[in-house]
Design a protein. Structure first.
Lengths: 345, 345
DNA sequence: CTGAAAGCGCTTACAG
DNA sequence: CTGAAAGCGCTTACAG
């Protein structure tokens, strides 16, 4: 509860001005090496830690970035993606002694309002935009605001902000060729929300592949990533006359739910049904059989995003150059496990 | 990018002093109703939002609280608990226009250091302490620091800070009686980390019950909550000569992994093995059969914790009175599903 | 009820 | 190399 020590205390103890203390502490020229050393020593033994608010007010930077999540508590909990992403972001951020401010929102409007407020308050120096949609209005909104932001997903054509993304097309082709090689000809896909950018990218990639390889059928049904929907759609797919011999899920939660439905219907996996999941979280190794999946390192992805945002904030580059910060990550790799096998249909 | 509007701008536009603007904006006496209305109108149309740093510096409060998570990215991702808790916390916080600062740490030492720094910097006004351990050193540490904190878990005897917790003993009795009634006599439990407070509380509760009901055996094996460990321990349990007919898991991730192992060994659930999980996340309904579990509303729990912390921060009450803020939540309820049934061993 | 001023704890030109 | 001062944008006693 003791009063906090300020630069004034250090200045008094060292017999110098507050300005000198500031220069010494921030490693800037303006003080001799000997005074700097003395000041540093005193600051150290007094346990000095600069007050954030005062610093922020002076330099007009929050030393923090924000992330707004537009998902329900349930989805956020069950979907390992977000926490892994946040962990990665956070690791890079705290290394740069930046804070992460998090807010959960219900609607886009609310999300935009949060950005406006955060920026007006200077509570954050930048934000991460998750779940990039097709024609996402947030992109222009934050750009107009002048709020530094990075798109966690992409690529975002003509956007005025950097993006960090994975090529989703290549893995789609990889899965399809793999399933084809295993003899599967009737494949189905339980896709994600069709308003999301990566969903449309995958949609297109699968369509391309089926145009090349002669699959008998390739049904795509869109869903909302929840286990309930994943199960419902799987039930429908497996109840059809010519049921698919393989199903691809756009996330792991739905894939696990799909496996549950297969068990429920008495179908052996992979004997009678092969299952492929996207986003290989530990969830995929919890089940029996373990799920074949498309592996990406989401935590590393988060770190990447944070690096780009920090660069963007630190840079004086005009926003038009910001695009050059965009980074494309290594595409997801196929990790074959027990849930896929030859088709015997 | 336009310059932010400050109270000075509003004062100039309204023809009053900055002080008057501040009073008007904060709903404090010191201005007539007519001036207040005029100021509010002008502030509104100028889109005024107060600068956080300036406000924080003046009132010496951060308008933010922090949460440090000492878990790996993988655990944080797979365990729905944390994101659900955070969502709940966040909902209450943002209603009070408080921010949430999050940091992931590796060790206790690092965690304590984060608290020290956050508080010295006045980056937060208080913190949440998760994963309360037996004789948890963090409790005294934050109290000594004078950093307002609430223990997310408990009860913490003689602690100098409020706690929000569930009674774990009652649900343990409930499960045991339920399993007993189903005819199970050989039960096993895959428990959580034994250094955690709630693990010891459950340990004791199960021990008490087995002293009353005549179970043939009640094996308890401690683990680390990961699916790998859950699977490994389950494999060991089910390979023993007199294998248990029911297994209770201290979290849902291990329970799902356990179900996977049962499938792997060709054991039918619940015909040959009953499974009970703690912390009923959507994960428990993803599997087939769905998992019987102990249901708690973690999101509501998070909200509760946030309310207590906000009260604590707002209150001028001496820390010794803080304990009266402690709240005990409704204990977990048993939700019977397909994974439990009569014992036929 | 209102205005002018000091202060929160930093940073940063500006003189010596 | 060093010191004294102004300023960041608020809040809050203190006089009128």
């Amino acid at each position: 509860m003791a009063r906090r020590v300020t630069i004034a205390d250090i200045a008094a103890a060292a017999g110098v001005s507050k300005g000198a203390v500031s220069y010494a502490l921030n490693g800037r020229p303006g003080v001799s090496e000997s005074t700097r050393a003395k000041i540093l020593a005193i600051a150290g033994e007094m346990g000095f830690v600069p007050n954030r608010a005062a610093r922020s007010l002076s330099v007009s930077s929050a030393q923090a970035v924000g992330i707004a999540l537009r998902r329900t508590a349930r989805t956020l909990g069950i979907e390992p993606y977000f926490m892994e992403l946040i962990s990665g972001i956070e690791a890079t951020l705290s290394a740069g002694s930046f804070g992460l401010t998090l807010q959960v929102v219900d609607t886009v409007e609310e999300e935009l309002e949060v950005y406006r407020r955060w920026w007006a308050e200077r509570r954050v120096d930048g934000v991460f935009l998750c779940d990039i949609g097709v024609g996402d209005q947030r992109l222009d909104f934050v750009a107009d605001l002048g709020l530094p932001a990075v798109a966690v997903g992409g690529p975002v054509e003509g956007a005025r902000l950097p993006a960090v993304w994975h090529d989703d097309a290549e893995p789609c082709r990889e899965i399809m060729e793999y399933l084809y090689a295993l003899g599967h000809r009737r494949v189905a896909r339980v896709a994600g929300l069709s308003r999301l950018l990566h969903t449309t990218i995958r949609d297109a990639a699968y369509a391309e592949t089926t145009a090349v390889l002669d699959f008998e059928s390739m049904t795509t049904l869109h869903s909302d990533y929840t286990g309930e929907e994943g199960a419902r759609i799987t039930r429908r797919l497996l109840s059809s006359a010519k049921r698919p011999t393989a199903i691809i899920y756009d996330n792991d939660v739905m894939a696990v739910a799909g496996l549950g439905v297969a068990h429920e219907l008495g179908l052996d996996v992979p004997e009678q049904l092969s299952i492929v999941a996207w986003d290989d979280s530990p969830l995929c190794r919890l089940t029996h059989p373990a799920l074949t999946s498309l592996t990406r390192d989401i935590t590393a992805y988060g770190s990447n995003c944070a690096e780009v945002l920090l660069t963007l904030i630190g840079a004086e580059a005009p926003s038009t150059e910001a695009r050059t910060f965009s980074v494309q990550c290594r595409p997801a790799q196929l990790s074959p496990r027990g849930s896929t096998g030859p088709a015997f249909a």
